[in-house]
Ligand binder design. Structure first.
Ligand SMILES: Cc1cc2nc3c(=O)[nH]c(=O)nc-3n(C[C@H](O)[C@H](O)[C@H](O)COP(=O)(O)O)c2cc1C
Length: 371
């Protein structure tokens, strides 16, 4: 089939609506973001017709704080969504998703620790990100554990895998992903160190899914630098069936982000110049658990400028810690995508969701009137 017709057919299909019945078109998705998302934020996005994700952490060790926190977050989300405690015979789905970072060795316990909690609460989707390259069966084994439910009414979530390259998308599809998030290098936060922008990544991954996995029901979502309705409309035109926003929701009223970070995002513009993709942002904060194939995009700070000017890391770390202790915001690491210049105000998450969706629809229908 001609690729334009194929894209239009995919857009017109109601796969997202049948997978996530509470969403409105086009589906706007809140990325699971460590330090930002929480049950209230995710629930507000869902209630506004988007799909909210909470971040379920990276520590899946038995009896760990991370596992306990996952249970608490899901219980709170039920409350915000107006639902009671999960009942044994309840076959309905919780209309939010759960993110999981799959980079720690404790991911091997995911099936025994996280899955029973997820099975009880029945979130609509589980989003996996950042498998360590030296453990190639990470995604397949987590997917297998997630899809192990059987019998009528069994919980089987849609599994979302975020990737930054076409090759990683192929591995995600082979590993059992239902949805592949094509995360371009414009994205805020962690991502593939070597990658491309969404404008080529989304259609190439969409072609890969169509050509190499024709018998599978796999959808593609777009992420990275998308902060308003124009970006959403463009992502749909590229073949995305859902559009992920991260940085835009950092400034949602309900987000957990520190006020100084929200202020930094609102006051920063020209994201290509004022943000940078680098592993330095982790080094300066003393974060060591990210495998080398990943880096992260954040707003350029005085620490980064010192690093560029040759200041050694240990000296730079001392300055970073001293600034933090004295309340000086100039060295705070604020993960942010290149769309930062499009974000001008803090708003409730529901308003962000509705405005972005309505603006996207205006762009799409506006094109029609030109033809
Ligand atoms: C502050 C921040 C934290 C993030 N944390 C996570 C995370 O815990 N797990 C994950 O899969 N992606 C995480 N991401 C990446 C997002 O999933 C998404 O790809 C990104 O936000 C999209 O780009 P945008 O920020 O330009 O919208 C994070 C992004 C940001 C900005």
């Amino acid at each position: 089939m001609n690729i334009v017709r194929r894209t239009l057919t995919t857009m017109a299909s109601s796969r997202m609506k049948s997978w996530f019945p509470t969403t409105s078109y086009p589906p706007i998705i809140l990325a699971p973001m460590a330090g930002v998302t929480n049950p209230k934020l995710a629930s507000e996005v869902t209630k506004a017709g988007g799909l909210g994700f909470i971040q379920g952490g990276k520590d899946f060790e038995p009896e760990s704080k991370g596992v306990e926190d996952l249970e608490n977050q899901l219980a709170q989300a039920r409350k915000y969504l107006g639902l009671g405690a999960p009942a044994n015979d309840d076959a309905s789905t919780l209309p939010i998703g759960v993110g999981a970072l799959t980079l720690a060795p404790s991911t091997k316990h995911f099936g025994e620790t996280a899955v029973p909690i997820l099975r009880r609460h029945r979130p609509a989707a589980v989003w996996l990100f950042a498998p360590p390259p030296e453990v190639p069966d990470t995604i397949p084994s987590v997917v297998k554990a997630l899809k192990s439910g059987s019998g009528s009414g069994a919980w089987v979530p849609k599994v979302v895998v975020q990737v930054g390259t076409v090759d990683a998308a192929r591995e995600a599809a082979k590993g059992g992903a239902d949805i592949i998030v094509a995360q371009g290098v414009d994205a805020g936060g962690h991502q593939w160190k070597q990658g491309s922008g969404v404008i080529s990544l989304v259609p190439e991954i969409s072609d890969l899914v169509h050509n190499e996995f024709p018998d599978r029901d796999i959808a593609v979502w777009a992420a990275g630098g998308i902060a308003d309705g124009r970006g959403v409309a463009a992502a749909l035109a590229l073949g995305a069936e859902g559009v992920v926003l991260g940085t835009r929701y950092i400034v949602a009223s309900e987000s957990d982000a520190d006020a100084l970070k929200k202020k930094a995002i609102i006051s920063t513009s020209d994201g290509g110049k004022t943000t940078i993709k680098s592993q330095f942002h982790d080094s300066i904060q003393g974060t060591t658990f990210w495998p080398g194939i990943y880096d992260g995009r954040a707003i350029i700070t005085e620490s980064y400028q010192d690093h560029e000017n040759g200041v050694p890391l240990d000296e730079n770390v001392k300055k970073f810690k001293a600034a933090k202790e004295s309340g000086d915001a100039s060295r705070i690491v604020t993960w942010s995508g290149t769309g930062v210049g499009l974000i001008k105000e803090e708003l409730p998450a529901a308003e962000i969701t509705k405005k972005v969706r309505e603006d996207a629809l205006k762009v799409i229908t506006g094109f029609k009137s030109l033809i």
